[in-house]
Design a protein around this ligand. Structure first.
Ligand code: ZN
Ligand code: ZN
Ligand code: ZN
Ligand code: ZN
Ligand code: ZN
Length: 620
């Protein structure tokens, strides 16, 4: 028998197929189980101290590699891989017989097939599942649903030998009203018309069963919510919260004896801590770390003196750090990276972070006379371009929500079990970092009328999307610019639309105003040099000009550019699929908070955009 291919790429094990996510493989559908089901013994081996501090963990783990043809639970009761067939309710597309599947029915590497019609047709999963706002996920009990009377007719609750079929009435159109579940034993029928309505499952459950599909009932959490029926692939079935950080460690001198020791004793925690300390750029936790390290009796048995440790720590600046620990947050992650991109450290051969500043001025000098005014305006607006030749990015799954995003009710990847790690993936890549000129930006921010983004700000305040930043002029400017550049790079260089990602550095208080575009792939050392080449001045200058030139007109104009709000939750202004939006996987902000007019001005106020003058000079 030919094995089925259920390949999950490493990067997908965080999103879209992270813990709790439901994912389709061909005609099959699976859910990713919590991390307590991961078979791993050793210490978490994926490290990034800055991200660990922010997330309050001691390390990360990548999803275990396993024979992808085997999952889920091909071996009974869990199997060798962290995936589980869900929904468990399947039906035969030919004879329409329904099956409640389970791990004990799985055959390794095989798709469930129909034993009813004799044709061994592959069974397909039901479209609807039940979720609640506390993050629980359950199969809709279709056998029970069939026996619920729709219109006050007698109920068939006493049917002893339920045999259900998923059928349709051809004369009732194509909607849900034409679909019904029927019991061949007692004749009960119930259609699906009401299924998507709020609280339609109130008659099935008085309250939520409080479980994930792979959990037995004895692990159920008390939950007072009414589960809601959603399509299994719908966006509100799963909201993963992913936190990522760029490794900005600059590398260390190869001949350092302390580091030889670290390499020789990789498992010895104090040494790991020393390494983490030296690697940490801000050393805020130095004080609390150092004492236990120097008191550790193992130091002596390894032939290292306390003085030597102090010397090493001192040389790397750690021992001087007097900064007390502070509350960590996302801003801290972004701030550190912002500083590293602005003044990249000297490139060391073993560094995880390798970047250098693009020589913009050297290039501008050689441009022809008639191009100089445009170039001068470019330099007035663009403060710096940094070529990130090597980037290591760690993306960790912090948790997930269902029904709506809600950081306060995040379900952890271990479902609340105590762990000191989170699932993550490390990816290598390269990128282009662009910082706007702070003076030009400040001048522009004073000049742009408040009403430009008024509708978007209002919509932002009303949403429950708590992962989105405030709709400031600065953020919308940077975010829209990132999108226009991504689209242009894909168009020019043939990058697939999902292969370039964005990271926005925007904060008025700390002065951050930049963006990073990066390509990254897991499972390999991904950097191919292509994107960095697009960042060198002669290419980047052209790319920016073309991107802005193309953005001036959208195929949905004049409608698109005159919109006060559009897109999901009304969180975009002049920005749509035809001109500004990018692939879901490329955007960190759900394709929201975008507006071309912040860059290019509006019809009535053409000069209001950050790049208005640049574009005018370009066209002159
Ligand atoms: Zn069949
Ligand atoms: Zn029945
Ligand atoms: Zn619940
Ligand atoms: Zn548009
Ligand atoms: Zn975006």
């Amino acid at each position: 028998m030919k094995k089925v291919d259920r390949t999950v790429r490493r990067a997908q094990t965080i999103t879209p197929f992270g813990v709790g996510g439901v994912y389709d493989f061909g005609s099959e559908s699976f859910v990713a189980m919590d991390t307590t089901k991961w078979r791993c013994r050793e210490e978490p081996d994926l490290r990034l101290p800055r991200l660990e501090r922010v997330l309050g963990v001691e390390g990360f783990r990548a999803a275990p590699i396993a024979d992808n043809s085997k999952f889920p639970g091909a071996t009974r009761g869990g199997g060798s891989t962290p995936y589980y067939r869900f929904p468990a309710w399947l039906f035969c597309p030919t004879c329409r017989a329904m099956y409640k599947w389970g791990p004990f029915k799985e055959t390794e590497g095989a798709v469930p097939s129909c034993s009813n019609c004799g044709k061994r047709h592959k069974l397909v999963p039901m479209r609807f599942v039940a979720v609640c706002g506390h993050g629980h996920l359950t199969d809709i009990p279709w056998d029970f649903w069939a026996h619920l009377s729709p219109n006050g007719k007698p109920e068939h609750r006493d049917c002893k030998n339920k045999r259900v079929y998923f059928k349709s009435w051809p004369d009732r159109g194509a909607g849900l009203q034409s679909l019904y579940v029927e019991c061949r034993n007692c004749g009960a029928q119930h259609d699906l018309e009401q299924i998507p309505k709020k609280d339609s499952l109130r008659r099935v459950w008085k309250h939520c069963p409080g479980t994930q599909p792979w959990q037995k009932n004895d692990l159920a959490a008390p939950c007072d919510r009414i589960p809601q029926a959603v399509q299994r692939g719908a966006s509100n079935a799963y909201f993963p919260v992913v936190e990522s950080a760029i490794d900005i460690r600059a590398g260390f001198e190869e001949d350092e004896s302390l580091f030889d020791l670290i390499r020789a004793h990789p498992g010895w925690t104090p040494l790991l801590k020393i390494k983490a300390l030296v690697d940490a750029p801000d050393n805020k936790f130095a004080k609390t770390f150092i004492d236990p390290i120097v008191r550790d009796e193992h130091l002596e048995s390894l032939g290292v003196t306390v003085e030597h440790v102090w010397d090493c720590l001192h040389d790397s600046g750690v021992a001087d750090a007097e900064v007390p620990p502070v509350d960590s947050c996302d801003d801290e992650l972004l701030n550190d990276e912002w500083s590293s991109f602005l003044s990249p450290p000297e490139i060391m051969p073993n560094a995880e972070f390798m970047a250098d500043i693009a020589p913009l001025d050297a290039f501008g000098e050689h441009l022809p006379e008639k191009e100089q005014p445009v170039w001068k305006e470019f330099r007035r607006l663009i403060g710096q371009v940094t070529l990130a030749r090597r980037l290591r990015i760690v993306r960790a799954l912090k948790g997930f929500n269902r029904l709506e995003p809600n950081r306060e009710m995040l379900v952890s990847p271990s479902l609340g079990a105590t762990t000191n790690w989170l699932p993550a993936v490390e990816i290598y890549g390269e990128g282009i970092f662009v910082a706007l000129d702070p003076r030009a930006l400040e001048t522009w921010e004073k000049r742009v009328p408040n009403k430009v983004l008024a509708a978007m700000r209002h919509a932002r305040e009303k949403t429950t999307l708590d992962f989105l930043p405030e709709a400031t002029n600065r953020f919308v400017l940077l975010h829209t610019l990132a999108h226009l550049l991504i689209r242009q790079l894909c168009f020019e260089c043939g990058y697939s639309s999902s292969s370039i990602s964005e990271r926005i550095y925007s904060d008025e208080e700390t002065g951050m105003a930049g963006l990073l575009l990066y390509t990254a792939s897991s499972d390999s050392e991904g950097a191919l040099g292509g994107l960095v080449r697009q960042g060198i001045p002669e290419n980047f200058y052209g790319t920016l000009k073309t991107a802005l030139f193309r953005a001036a007109w959208c195929s949905s104009d004049p409608i698109c550019s005159e919109m006060e709000k559009q897109g999901s939750y009304g969180l975009n202004k002049s920005a749509c699929h035809a001109c500004t939006l990018v692939a879901e996987t490329s955007c960190d902000h759900a394709n929201c908070l975008l507006d071309r007019s912040v860059l290019l001005g509006t019809k009535n106020t053409p000069g209001v955009g950050f790049f208005s003058n640049f574009v005018a000079l370009m066209e002159a």
